[in-house]
Design a binder for this molecule. Structure first.
Ligand code: HEM
Length: 476
């Protein structure tokens, strides 16, 4: 009975939805939509969307159709921006029109994330106030003076409650933000289906995930404030921002809410991104042992095993910096970034971009462009950064684009450098061996979805010497 109710509801909704689709987008005379795979009636390009390894299909489309590719999925306009020049034109020069975000029923109505989680906020004054607050602690000068930490709470070596919870939220976001994962995003009325209804698994997931998100937003902030109240806070983002509004007679009531939201956004934005960048680096070192040796020679010459590297060593370790850049470039952690959205109709090179088009900056493809990064961009090759004119991946899509570019990028580069340089200094990374002492082969494989990180692989991290071992024990 209950299932048939759900089925009837689904079919009814689908019929209304299909009727809605039959209203076609009005394209102004003399213009056309950008090129792309041929759509089918009603469903459009639904079946053309890749199910996995999306970046390969997006790169193929870029080759076939050019710098702007358009698809229509069940009435939703989507476009992929495939060249640096086009990305600059749309996301930078026309940023007033391309800084908004699209949302899904899952992210917005069911998980309640888009009001506070910065990467998903629509581009309103509320969002700009959040970006301003984050920028004040994460711009290059601020990260020079101190290394901003969010809550000033020491992370537990194992099973850290806050980190584990943030990880769960990011996992939920990964699933919820991947287009096509939930039918409720296509048929929004399904959000009214009750949680207990058989078949309403998405509702049960949403209840669980909303709780994780609420815990991530509230718990560490409450703890940081408690420490402030007790007079034992560590210098951190929350402390400095709260002290600032405390001393400012013109501060508004919702300033504290913005600090809470931005702290959680920074925490969410900074955890899995940095960890998975380091994971890709370890994979690269297993596959490219010569790069590892060369980087270690550079660190040995500067530091030996005297002390662990710090950010002051970045300029003196150009090859290690090149390894960091190459890690960002080799496989973009967010292959099409976080989608932007066109706020109004627009025209570019005779193509019509309808209001509401979801705009993907195709970072993965941009970061493989041989015109910008030299030959053999499939290879992990830090030497390319010593060729004059080769670009910095950080300014070419690895951290996104325009007014929504990653707020934590300067801090991220420092954290990635510290992790990579320290690991290289003290560990030898190599392939693992099986019972008969044969090397276990490793492939460069990456997960599909919103975040794309190295899939599980086996390797060995061995201290490079007894002194290295000492440094590891006393360095952490
Ligand atoms: C290697 C590590 C990182 C990578 C690859 C990365 C990448 C990105 C990308 C691609 C975006 C979307 C930009 C766009 O919409 O065009 C983004 C947004 C964002 N990142 Fe990062 N990120 C990293 C580290 C961090 C860190 C360490 C923080 C915080 C300390 C952070 C905080 C944020 C925030 C708050 C946003 C949302 C900005 C907005 O929507 O206005 N990220 N990041």
């Amino acid at each position: 009975m209950a299932i048939s109710l759900l089925t009837t509801a689904l079919l009814g909704g689908l019929a209304i939805f299909v009727l809605g689709l039959s209203r076609r987008t009005r394209i102004p005379k003399g213009l056309r939509l950008p090129p792309g795979p041929k759509p089918k009636p009603i469903i459009g390009n639904l079946l053309d969307l890749p199910k996995d390894h999306e970046w390969l299909m997006h790169a193929k489309w870029a080759k076939q159709y050019g710098e702007l590719v358009y698809v229509n999925v069940l009435g939703t306009h989507m476009a992929w921006v495939n060249s640096r020049e086009m990305a600059h034109e749309l996301f930078e020069r026309r940023s007033s029109n391309y800084s908004d975000r699209t949302t899904t029923t899952m992210l917005d109505d069911l998980l309640d994330l888009t009001g506070w989680l910065a990467p998903f906020q629509p581009y309103t004054i509320w969002c700009r106030r959040h970006r301003k607050t984050m920028h004040s602690s994460f711009h290059p000068k601020a990260t020079e003076a101190y290394h901003p930490i969010t809550y000033g709470i020491e992370v537990e070596a194992e099973n850290d409650l806050y980190l584990m919870n943030a990880h769960k939220v990011l996992h939920a976001v990964d699933e919820a933000a991947t287009p096509g994962n939930f039918l409720v995003d296509i048929l929004p009325w399904m959000k009214y289906i009750p949680v207990w209804m058989p078949g309403a698994e998405f509702q049960r997931k949403a209840v669980k995930w909303r709780q994780y998100a609420a815990d991530m937003l509230e718990l560490p902030f409450r703890e940081a404030k408690r420490r402030m109240g007790e007079g034992t806070p560590e210098a951190c983002f929350v402390l400095s921002r709260l002290s600032e509004i405390g001393a400012d007679a013109t501060s508004c009531l919702d300033d504290e809410v913005i600090i809470k939201n931005t702290a959680a956004s920074l925490f969410a934005g900074g955890t899995d991104t940095t960890v998975n960048t380091v994971r890709a680096f370890i994979l690269a070192m297993v596959l490219y042992p010569d790069v590892q040796k060369k980087a270690q020679r550079e660190i040995d010459a500067l530091l030996g095993f005297q002390r662990l590297p710090d950010v002051g060593d970045m300029d003196a370790l150009p090859y290690v910096m090149a390894v960091c850049k190459e890690t960002l470039r080799w496989h973009a952690l967010l292959p099409v970034g976080v989608a932007h959205m066109a706020s109004e109709d627009d025209i570019i090179n005779g193509y019509f971009i309808p209001k509401g088009t979801i705009m993907f900056g195709n970072s993965w493809t941009l970061l493989r462009d041989e015109a910008d990064f030299g030959p053999n961009t499939d290879r992990f090759n830090p030497e390319r950064y010593f060729i004059p004119g080769v670009r910095d991946p950080g300014n070419t899509g690895a951290f996104g684009f325009g007014r929504r570019i990653c707020v934590g990028r300067y801090m991220a580069m420092k954290s990635v450098f510290l992790a990579i340089a320290s690991i290289l200094q003290v560990f030898e990374i190599s392939k693992a061996r099986d019972a008969s002492d044969k090397e276990i082969p490793v492939e460069a494989e990456f997960t599909s979805g919103f975040f794309s990180f190295a899939t599980e692989f086996k390797c060995i991290l061995r201290p490079r010497s007894a002194t290295a071992e000492e440094l590891i024990i006393h360095g952490i």
